[in-house]
Design a protein around this ligand. Structure first.
Ligand SMILES: *[C@@H]1O[C@H](CO)[C@@H](O)[C@H](O)[C@H]1NC(C)=O
Ligand SMILES: *[C@@H]1O[C@H](CO)[C@@H](O)[C@H](O)[C@H]1NC(C)=O
Ligand SMILES: *[C@@H]1O[C@H](CO)[C@@H](O)[C@H](O)[C@H]1NC(C)=O
Ligand SMILES: *[C@@H]1O[C@H](CO)[C@@H](O)[C@H](O)[C@H]1NC(C)=O
Ligand SMILES: *[C@@H]1O[C@H](CO)[C@@H](O)[C@H](O)[C@H]1NC(C)=O
Length: 620
């Protein structure tokens, strides 16, 4: 880019678009439910079956005879695929008989419980996330035992810790409340003194920690333990995982609602989503799966349940994840905020904590190498391992629950994700080509009587994300050239492309349709430069910020597109039929599909006869 252009651009346009380097501005596609119907999405199932069969034939570091698992993939609408494996050798069922694992089988989900606690806080909508936790639990500020030699300066300043900091692992408090102490961990430390630990007075242990067989602290004990916590990091400085934070959030929820944690979950989540196989205390053994060997099936986590105590099934988690994907229980704006990270992981490029999400970005699963957000939560209790995973860009989510060996969880989640994303993307790309690609022209062209030379050619980019506008002629000028120039793109148009980015906004259509089904969607065009391989290792190649909609013509954006889908004749298949560009005051009609076949849509003669193309009302 020559200097003169940079100066011009920085004057006219936001600086990031002139100086930044975003080669893959996402998202590439609308979520899967907006592109494919249920039957089409079900084509993912054979691929996933294949993958899981491979895992079972060749498990990585675990054996199928001792480990059971359940895995389920869902879109915003419905389950896409599920699979169940019951270990032939199970553990001890004491109050009822073992059953095979199904979508209703309860596993312990351990720390995935934390997401239920945050979800309930968001749904209840009575707790200001910016409030200090001491607004709800003032006792946290009461005096503490001062028996640490260096302890004073490390006292936790509870009044500086907000609900948000607790929920996003930024409180800087200790990992454990009353859940873990080596002095009473007979499995790991059977003989402390012989192993080199000093003798201790067990008065230093919280009362609820003393009986290692029936551990589990009450709310009072959780608060007492919290009061005696030593600070790890200053609040909101460095993130670090804390179980204790979520036990405290559970108490906040109980106090604000005047209900027990179990009652809060039932009224806010389990009832509205009809989740009938979710429990906060151990159900009958036959309702779950108990693995062979030591396990925490029967462990009552008491006041630490909001941090790790829930039992649930993949069927129920499917409902749970769908409700998040379609923001069924909280407003969309709030759900969108919930999807965001609050801090980077230490040293990690693209990992960070949300509330309580463990999020990362990966470019290993997309065919074009673009990064996608993977929003997860994982959980582990002895012999129970779990994960929930949301892929907002795809509108897909999955969960895997394991009873047995932790390697099974790592094996299944890795292979399911690595297969799911490319398979979903392939289906989406195929359908995008059918639905959007082709030649778009003014009505006169369509009528075989060209008055204005005014057209668009849209393609699905095989080498990059999403839709690209290939040719763009506006009243006889090569507008693509103009558009690139206005964005300071290279003259050589093989070095950049004009991408249509889905906004995930679906406006009502206000034009003349007589009851025909339609889908209207808003898009933004962006000029995207290809990466120069010679510059790929420069530091500022990592500097990338979204900055769309820079070109306004007489008050309206020339990068704002609306695309209206209508039923194509004779199949009734919903395909893009009309497009509008606001700034250019232009409406196009899709005249040929990607294969060059002429298109006809339900009811379109009426539009033409009644309104003519030129008078086609602006829509959006
Ligand atoms: C889903 O879309 C396919 C492909 O367009 C079509 O053949 C099928 O009838 C549709 N199915 C449903 C249930 O709408
Ligand atoms: C489970 O399978 C593995 C390998 O297939 C075998 O070595 C092991 O003995 C089996 N365990 C039991 C308890 O049968
Ligand atoms: C579990 O499934 C296996 C294999 O399909 C079957 O042989 C067995 O009878 C089932 N057990 C129960 C308790 O349903
Ligand atoms: C198209 O271009 C011609 C010639 O420059 C101009 O007179 C006319 O106003 C333009 N029409 C539209 C609709 O832009
Ligand atoms: C339309 O305009 C383009 C770009 O100026 C030009 O190449 C093409 O020949 C024109 N087509 C017609 C039918 O006038």
């Amino acid at each position: 880019m020559i200097l003169q252009q940079v100066l011009l651009s920085s004057l006219l346009f936001p600086i990031a678009s002139a100086l930044g380097a975003c080669y893959h501005p996402g998202p590439a596609f609308p979520p899967i439910d907006h592109i494919l119907n249920k039957t089409q999405i079900s084509r993912l199932a054979p691929k996933l079956n294949e993958v899981v069969q491979k895992v079972l034939r060749n498990p990585e570091d675990w054996t199928t005879n001792l480990t059971s698992f359940a895995v389920l993939v869902t879109s915003g609408e419905d389950t896409v695929w599920d699979y169940y494996h019951t270990a032939p050798i199970l553990g001890d069922y004491t109050d009822s008989k073992a059953t095979n694992v199904t979508e209703n089988t309860a596993f312990r989900i351990a720390s995935c419980s934390k997401s239920f606690t945050v979800y309930a806080i968001l749904i209840e909508n009575r707790i200001n996330l910016e409030d200090p936790v001491t607004k709800y639990i003032p006792e946290l500020l009461e005096g503490r035992d001062e028996d640490f030699i260096f302890g004073k300066s490390l006292q936790v300043a509870w009044d500086q810790i907000t609900i948000r900091a607790l929920a996003s692992q930024l409180a800087g408090i200790s990992r454990h409340g009353g859940m873990s102490d080596l002095a009473v961990s007979a499995d790991e430390v059977p003989d402390p003194i012989a192993m080199g630990f000093p003798p201790v007075d067990d008065a230093a242990l919280a009362p609820c920690m003393k009986n290692s067989k029936d551990r589990g602290c009450s709310s009072e004990e959780v608060v007492e333990l919290a009061r005696d916590q030593t600070l790890i990091f200053a609040p909101n400085d460095q993130s670090t995982y804390s179980n204790a934070a979520f036990s405290i959030l559970g108490i906040v929820l109980e106090r604000v609602t005047g209900k027990t944690y179990d009652q809060v979950l039932r009224s806010s989540i389990l009832g509205p989503l009809d989740m009938k196989h979710t429990y906060t205390t151990k159900p009958k053994d036959s309702k779950g799966v108990i693995p062979y060997g030591p396990n925490d099936w029967a462990q009552n986590l008491k006041a630490d349940t909001p941090s790790g105590g829930i039992y649930t099934s993949v069927g129920d988690l499917g409902k749970y994840l769908r409700s998040i994907l379609i923001s069924k229980l909280i407003p969309q704006a709030k759900r969108n905020a919930w999807y965001k990270p609050h801090s980077y992981g230490p040293g990690a490029k693209g990992s960070g904590y949300g509330m309580p999400w463990e999020m990362f970005r990966t470019s290993k699963v997309t065919p074009d190498g673009r990064a996608i957000d993977v929003i997860t939560k994982g959980g582990a209790l002895t012999a129970y391992y779990s994960t929930i995973v949301l892929l907002p860009e795809f509108g897909l989510a999955f969960t895997a629950l394991v009873a047995g060996n932790p390697s099974a969880l790592m094996d299944v989640r890795e292979k399911v994700l690595a297969a799911l994303v490319p398979a979903a993307e392939q289906l989406i790309r195929e359908e995008m080509r059918i639905v959007f690609a082709g030649l778009w022209a003014s009505a006169s062209h369509w009528n075989g009587d060209p008055i204005l030379n005014w057209s668009l050619k849209i393609e699905v980019d095989e080498a990059g994300p999403g839709l690209i506008v290939k040719d763009w002629i506006s009243n006889g000028t090569d507008f693509m050239k103009i558009y690139g120039k206005l964005h300071g793109m290279p003259e050589d148009n093989s070095k950049w492309s004009a991408r249509l980015l889905p906004t995930r906004i679906y406006p009502e259509f206000t034009g003349p349709l007589r009851g025909e089904p339609y889908q209207n969607s808003a898009w933004r065009l962006a000029a995207v430069e290809k990466q120069d391989p010679d510059k790929a290792d420069r530091v500022f190649e990592d500097y990338c910020f979204a900055d769309v909609d820079g070109l306004i013509y007489s008050g309206l954006s020339i990068e704002e597109f609306f695309i209206l889908k209508l039923p194509r004749e004779p199949t009734g298949h919903m395909e893009a039929a009309w497009a509008k560009n606001s700034g250019l005051r232009t409406v196009w009609r899709r005249v040929e599909d990607g294969e060059g076949r002429r298109l006809k849509f339900h009811g379109e003669e009426d539009h033409y006869e009644r309104y003519g193309m030129a008078q086609m009302p602006m829509f959006g």
